[in-house]
Design a protein. Structure first.
Length: 341
């Protein structure tokens, strides 16, 4: 019998039906295909000792039809509801612990209570003008989504509470499961951005916009240091010492330096009353999607991630991401039709 089983096993291996060892050891993602790794720079960790950044897993953007009462007539009618299912957990960011007798405090943003998870998730469409859709509470839709996903999901109010405790690597995950729901989304929109705030307590105190010449003047006045960070409105934040030749007057500035606007950070202890107050920029997560469909044949399977999830810093008073997205993908079908005579 053992000889027969061995022959059968060898035959399965030869025809490719045997399950690879790596596949056996991998944990099932249960539909959570996208993952935003908790990223924090050395500067962020050094300037904010209480920093936390959640690891975020989420499924693709989806739709479901739900019978909801008409706002005017009160009669039930089928309505397309858009939603995003997500899971959050906390990982160790590796901050150095202070072994001295002094306990460093953040005098600008003091924690008066344990860290709370208060998510704010906005859907933005980029067709026919930008439109913002706030996460809404619809009990009927939430119930239908949970039945479909076979998960116990909390809405944006139910999920508010303490952030999950740190989950070490290979340990059982201590995660929160949530769902964001949107109503009356433009069915013709093909390009979407999901903005996820509250998934980190990271922040920067930012001044600007300023011209390149303004930055040079601040350096002369010793109001801009090597460790301050500068952003040119396009790429990532950089240490001021790495931005062109700001700290070396012997070298020429970049070509047309004042054609773009610059932003720079400042530390809490350097804020004075006679200067412009900084704006708080919060660490925010964004994910872009696109869909080669239309309003007459909307298929949720067509929602596709446009690039990877991205951590950015976003002004408190602005909802639309301040960074530009990647180039729009070309719909192969539309490209073929356009090339036809």
């Amino acid at each position: 019998m053992w000889r027969t089983l061995g022959i059968v096993g060898l035959w399965l291996l030869l025809i490719g039906e045997a399950v690879p060892v790596s596949a056996q050891s991998e944990k099932p993602n249960k539909g959570f295909k996208s993952r935003a790794i908790p990223v924090a720079s050395g500067d962020e960790r050094a300037s904010q000792t209480n920093l936390w950044v959640l690891e975020v897993h989420f499924k693709s953007l989806r739709k479901i039809q739900v019978d909801l009462p008409d706002p005017k007539s009160g009669e039930l009618r089928k309505e397309d509801i858009w939603y995003l299912v997500y899971r959050v957990l906390q990982r160790d960011l590796g901050q150095k612990k202070d072994a001295s007798d002094t306990d460093p405090k953040n005098s600008f943003d003091i924690d008066v209570a344990p860290p709370l998870f208060v998510p704010e998730i906005t859907l933005i469409t980029h067709d026919n003008g930008q439109k913002l859709y706030e996460d809404v509470l619809i009990p009927e839709a939430q119930k239908a989504i949970m039945a479909r996903e076979r998960l116990k999901l909390k809405n944006s109010v139910e999920i508010v509470g303490s952030i999950p405790p740190i989950t070490p690597a290979e340990a059982e995950e201590q995660a929160l499961l949530g769902v964001a729901i949107w109503r009356d989304v433009d069915p013709e929109a093909d390009f979407h951005t999901i903005v996820m705030s509250g998934f980190s307590n990271g922040y920067k105190l930012v001044r600007g916009p300023a011209k390149y010449s303004d930055l040079a003047e601040r350096i002369k006045a010793r109001k801009l240091t090597f460790s301050d960070q500068i952003w040119d409105g396009k790429g990532s934040w950089k240490a001021a010492s790495e931005v062109y030749n700001l700290f070396d007057e012997r070298k020429p500035p970049p070509s047309n330096p004042d054609d773009q606007l610059w932003f720079y950070t400042i530390t809490p202890e350097r804020i004075v009353d006679d200067e412009e107050k900084p704006i708080v920029w919060r660490k925010t997560l964004i994910q872009r999607y696109w869909r080669p469909g239309d309003e007459f044949s909307p298929q949720e399977v067509e929602f596709r991630e446009q690039g990877d999830p991205e951590w950015i810093f976003q002004p408190d008073d602005q909802r639309v991401p301040v960074v530009k997205g990647p180039a729009r993908p070309v719909n192969p079908k539309a490209k073929k039709e356009a090339a036809a005579p």
